[in-house]
Design a protein around this ligand. Structure first.
Ligand code: FAD
Length: 487
């Protein structure tokens, strides 16, 4: 792991003592430095960032979290909240020796109202568990992503995860109705509303959505969950140019309209990587094209949806918007087609490491970034068989203007990092894009926020952070969270 941007540890934070550990043991179960299990809490999903936490706390309730933060605040002990530890920007693991507060054991579904479709659950509920529970009730969680088997609802809300179906169900800023959170001084904020309309003052829950643990720890969430679609179709098709991908998208919005639930882009490099690492046969047998698209529809009338999607594919093939296509005939085939999209993040790490960029760019220029980065790495002599960089690939959520640029490497390398950054951020700034579309800032992007946000906006963020978690020379920052470094 190369956490190259580490600065000096802030010595205003206290060092853990045996008395502290004894106190925490009286609140909840703990993992101490002697345990082999602590390593997993110190290392992120990409094995890129590594902390030196000597203590992991496993609270079982909101009251436990409150006790913990109150004590940490009084002792100036730094903490980092951790959900499923699937975050991709190094925000879920300590930078130094912060105490990890794991939300794994706060994992009950509190209630579900079948009339309104509102679910209230603890922050530590795994996304897939929540969705399976909702499936039994005829509902669906309005967020889906490749890490669903491990990520937590609390982590999803803390990162404002976007995922595969944002196109259909919108962002968590619209679906989350309330949060319960513990503030850095231990105060419990109960804003667990189940109201769709509530204009009584500021909408406080919105501050926590995407706050990455910087202003408090989310302990529960209420969220509106739509009815589960009874008919789902998946099509996978080949497209020659990025212009044609855009044409296919415009047509999908026009002709599939209300049943369109995903429109995902994958470039040929990403598909070759999946084929190479998994050894699976690619879905389309014809000639390779530069791009592939996965379209999903979700509706309530299978015949109607089949007809619409078939018509869409026929028309698109007739006028050569798409070069080739396949329609899943059953659920197994649909899952297989999805695996060609969902499997990309996992295979990118196969060669040793991966540099990941999660960016929003005006749609027209979305793919040019991949081409420009590839050209730059070739120019710098960094890409090739005996070079550090394996390849450069792009995939993402076309419907949301969100590109995932991935640079798989044989090992993390300072020269590669220097060729990529700030080049990529400057490129994004020129197009008024966002350097952080759906994964957050974490530690990976803390030095680069100014490429997407102006000084006034950053000033407002700083003062909000300081309101919740004051930085005063006489009274050290009670919790250490990564965004604080960025701001
Ligand atoms: P963690 O990784 O544990 O934490 C993430 C951040 O939130 C950290 O800063 C942490 O301190 C903070 N945090 C966690 N829990 C809490 C809490 N209860 N209260 C306050 N702060 C908290 N993301 C997308 O948006 N879209 C995708 O399509 C997508 N696909 C992915 C696919 C794969 C294979 C992987 C590995 C990741 C993917 N991600 C995606 C990124 C990641 O899964 C999401 O960011 C997810 O929401 C993180 O949830 P988590 O529980 O794992 O949080």
């Amino acid at each position: 792991p190369t956490d190259s941007r580490k600065k000096e540890r802030d010595n205003r934070f206290a060092k853990l003592t045996p008395e502290d550990v004894a106190h925490f043991r009286s609140i909840c179960s703990v993992l101490s430095a002697e345990s082999d299990e602590i390593e997993a809490f110190n290392t992120d999903w990409m094995r890129k960032y590594r902390g030196q936490a000597r203590l992991v706390l496993k609270p079982k309730s909101t009251a436990d979290v409150s006790e913990i933060l109150k004590y940490c605040n009084s002792r100036s002990l730094a903490v980092v909240p951790q959900g499923g530890n699937t975050g991709l920007v190094g925000g879920s693991v300590p930078v130094y020796d912060e105490i990890v507060i794991s939300m794994n054991a706060i994992n009950s579904i509190r209630s579900f109202d079948p009339v309104s479709g509102i679910l209230i659950c603890d922050a530590g509920v795994v996304l897939e568990t929540a969705d399976n529970y909702l499936a039994d009730q005829g509902h669906i969680f309005p967020l889906d992503l490749g890490a669903k088997g491990s990520c937590h609802i609390g982590g999803n809300v803390a990162t404002n995860a976007g995922g595969l179906r944002l196109l259909r169900y919108g962002s968590l800023h619209g679906t989350v109705l309330g949060v319960e959170a513990v503030l850095p001084d231990g105060t419990i904020l109960d804003d667990l509303s189940t109201l769709r309309k509530n204009n009584t003052g500021y909408d406080l829950k919105q501050l926590f959505i995407g706050s990455e643990g910087t202003i408090g720890i989310i302990t529960a969430v209420s969220i509106i969950c739509p009815s589960r679609p009874s008919a789902q179709n998946v099509a996978f098709f080949a497209v020659n140019t990025f212009e044609k991908v855009q044409e296919a998208f415009i047509r999908a919005k026009r002709e599939l309209g209300e049943i369109l639930s995903a429109f995902e882009l994958m470039d040929d490099t990403s598909q070759r990587c999946v084929a190479q690492v998994t050894g699976k046969k690619r879905p389309l047998e014809g000639e390779e094209t530069k791009f592939y698209v996965l379209v999903e529809t979700s509706g309530s009338n299978k015949e109607h949806d089949d007809e619409k999607l078939e018509k869409y594919l026929m028309a698109s093939m007739e006028d050569e918007t798409i070069a080739d296509g396949v329609l899943a005939q059953d659920e197994t085939q649909a899952r297989n087609l999805w695996s060609w999209r969902e499997g990309i993040p996992e295979v990118c790490g196969h060669w040793g490491g991966v540099y990941k960029y999660d960016v929003s760019i005006p749609l027209k220029e979305l793919y040019s970034l991949v081409e420009d980065v590839k050209a730059r790495l070739i120019e710098h002599g960094l890409l090739g068989e005996d070079k550090p960089v394996v390849d450069v690939l792009g995939f993402g959520h076309i419907g949301d203007g969100n590109l995932h640029l991935n640079v798989p490497v044989r090992s993390y390398d300072r020269c590669v990092e220097e060729a990529l950054e700030p080049f990529i951020y400057e490129w994004i700034e020129k197009r008024s894009g966002s350097i952080s579309a759906e994964h957050g800032l974490g530690v990976a992007k803390r030095e680069y926020v100014q490429y997407s946000r102006g000084e006034t906006a950053l000033g407002v963020m700083r003062s909000l952070k300081n309101h919740f978690d004051p930085v005063r020379p006489a009274s050290p920052i009670p919790t250490q969270h990564h965004i604080a470094h960025a701001l």
